[in-house]
Design a protein around this ligand. Structure first.
Ligand SMILES: Cc1ncc(COP(=O)(O)O)c(C=O)c1O
Length: 401
């Protein structure tokens, strides 16, 4: 068992402290206080320019149920509230487009097309921002991802190819396919504009968006509430979030623990804990599919990426989360807190709780809520049991192995 009597007593005392903190916070943020500023309305800027302005500055919230149960303060950065594609990938897509425009690689309304290989979220952010900036988007994604994402991409006007999962060494792997299509576009004299391969797995624009955005915001938001953060917990799809945030936060808070949340089937847990990317499922003939064997979408890797490598030295620990644990956490968050999120957010929260229990009561743990459960209704959420009723889940049921 990951926790004993010491933890239970500690969690009880910590729970009282956290409940008091939540009470304090709620009374400070009463709706009547939030509604009005005494500054004249006309003196404050009212308009922001375009959908890009809804990206970033997302709230950092206390997850009440998990904080009370662990005696720690569990904070979540609400990245699903980024307003273009509703995930942390908005920051990355904007950063990639801004940089390409600065370097003269993209020209609005010239026929330029952005190509990307993505499990969905990055494609949705790129497709949305392409509309806003005068480009086309062509998205290649593995065919085993939830249909909500490809349906949405098509509604956003992107061209979408769903391709069979393949190993990264195969030119038909969704990332290689996107790179090749961008090259072919640029080389084709009969096509308008050029092709830009967004390259989220390798580009520095990815981790830098989290260094300058997500990581800095977390630090500033936590500083406004007293500063200390004991641990930052996140999964890795490209590695951009965990690397960018780790680099910023470690620079400001040298003692912070950086913890990878890793779904089943991913090789990163072994990479962090044992220095090699090996997993039992990697043995020849045992893999069910070519990517990562999990119902979780968006995180988990079986190969090395520049965006993970750039911050990997800073990752102190990893927590493996099974699909069953992720499903239970998704249900718990909805049942207890009304937080309806997708699979990677559930993995993050499960690992955040494990980290909190390891640290003991009184600590502050920050994680990420990546996207909404609405994007996962046909796959991940289909496997989650009915919510509510008399059989409400207990914390012990949530955390059972
Ligand atoms: C829903 C979701 N959560 C988390 C991540 C992981 O983010 P990162 O690529 O920064 O590691 C992704 C990546 O695509 C994602 O789509």
């Amino acid at each position: 068992m990951p926790y004993d009597t010491r933890h239970v007593v500690g969690a009880f005392i910590g729970g009282i402290a956290v409940t008091y903190t939540i009470y304090e916070l709620s009374s400070r943020l009463r709706p009547s206080d939030q509604q009005q500023s005494h500054e004249p309305l006309a003196a404050r800027p009212q308009y922001k320019l375009g959908i890009e302005s809804t990206i970033g500055n997302t709230p950092l919230i206390v997850i009440k149920s998990l904080s009370e149960a662990t005696g720690c303060t569990i904070l979540a950065k609400c990245e699903f509230l980024n307003g273009a594609g509703n995930s942390p990938k908005d920051r990355v897509a904007l950063s990639i487009i801004n940089r390409a425009e600065e370097e003269g690689l993209l020209t609005p309304y010239s026929g330029d097309t952005i190509y990307e290989g993505t499990v969905g979220s990055t494609g949705i952010s790129l497709a949305t921002l392409s509309r806003a900036r005068g480009y086309s988007a062509h998205i290649i994604m593995p065919s085993d991802q939830a249909h909500e994402k490809s349906d949405l991409l098509r509604k956003l006007g992107a061209r979408v190819d769903r391709v069979s999962p393949a190993p990264i060494v195969d030119q038909l792997h969704f990332v290689n396919r996107a790179r090749n299509l961008a090259r072919e576009h640029t080389a084709d004299p009969n096509r308008a504009g050029r092709g830009l391969f967004a390259d989220q797995f390798e580009t520095d624009a990815n981790w830098k968006a989290h260094f300058e955005g997500t990581g800095r915001e977390i630090f500033e938001q936590a500083s406004a509430e007293g500063g200390r953060i004991d641990a930052f917990v996140a999964g890795a799809g490209t590695g951009g979030t965990i690397s960018g945030c780790a680099m910023y936060l470690r620079g400001k808070l040298p003692d912070i623990r950086i913890v990878l949340a890793d779904p089943q089937g991913s090789g990163l847990y072994n990479k962090v804990m044992h220095g090699v990317m090996f997993h039992g499922l990697e043995r020849e003939g045992t893999r069910r599919r070519a990517q990562v064997d999990t119902v979780v979408e968006g995180i988990g890797l079986t190969r090395s990426t520049k965006n993970f490598e750039v911050g990997s030295e800073l990752v102190d620990d990893a927590v493996k989360v099974t699909d069953d644990q992720a499903r239970r956490m998704a249900r718990w968050l909805c049942e207890k807190d009304g937080i309806f999120v997708g699979s990677s957010s559930s993995v993050n929260c499960y690992a955040a709780v494990k980290t909190a229990l390891q640290l003991g009561p009184g600590h502050k743990v920050v994680t990420i809520l990546c996207d909404s459960g609405m994007r996962h209704l046909s796959k991940f959420w289909k496997q989650v049991n009915e919510i509510g009723g008399e059989d409400d889940m207990t914390f012990e049921e949530l955390m059972k192995a």
